[in-house]
Design a protein around this ligand. Structure first.
Ligand SMILES: [Zn+2]
Length: 205
């Protein structure tokens, strides 16, 4: 038998052949499980969003968020980036007390603005009785804390994104939990020293 007639698998050790069979079986099973469901929907090619909408992930506010985006801001699909975070921008109102969470939220917002330079307007939304407050230090709790924090966070956002138009919205759950009323509030300039090294770090994807 000439050397070039010998199959490469016959000169392979038995343990190596078993391993290759096991690997290919595993890969086949994984591919089958990965592709268990396939569905297609329209994609928006080269979308150029003009707005960033930052909300709390509270599932009770889905209709409120939908109404804000469609009816108040008048945005269609593909024209906005929707950023849903537990507590929305609350940590940005307390950069000294919750520095790592503040940095995390600020980075997400900066990342969206870096990824989509077409974004000119940012809508920031907070709501009444936000469950996020169970995770923040007790001394940050106060009457109508969400309203105060919304303006404070908006002021800090204006500092890190001076070229953007920032609008603040407050969602109030009314009618014994049956409706969500949406109010727009001013974004005052609040002068307070913040750990700028946290807020100005930019990350790109
Ligand atoms: Zn919330």
């Amino acid at each position: 038998m000439r050397y070039n007639q010998v199959s490469w698998t016959t000169i392979m050790p038995a343990w190596r052949r078993r391993m290759l069979v096991q690997q290919s079986t595993f890969r086949k099973k994984w591919e089958e499980s990965f592709m268990r469901l396939m569905a297609k929907f329209p994609a928006i090619i080269k979308s150029k969003p003009t707005n960033l909408v930052v909300v709390c992930f509270d599932s009770g506010l889905h209709y409120g968020n939908e109404g804000l985006i469609r009816e108040i801001l008048g945005l269609k699909q593909g024209l906005y980036v929707f950023l849903s975070i537990g507590g929305s921008v609350t940590p940005m109102a307390h950069p000294k007390d919750t520095p790592s969470r503040c940095k995390g939220v600020a980075r997400q917002i900066l990342l969206a603005c870096d990824r989509y330079p077409s974004i000119t307007d940012i809508a920031v939304v907070m709501h009444s009785d936000c469950g996020f407050y169970v995770t923040v230090p007790k001394h940050l709790h106060s009457h109508e804390k969400e309203k105060r924090d919304l303006q404070m966070a908006g002021s800090h956002l204006m500092e890190i994104l001076p070229g953007k138009k920032i609008r603040l919205f407050y969602q109030e759950i009314t009618d014994d939990g049956e409706s969500v009323a949406i109010y727009e509030t001013d974004c005052p300039k609040i002068r307070e020293s913040i750990p700028r090294r946290h807020l100005f770090e930019r990350h790109r994807c």
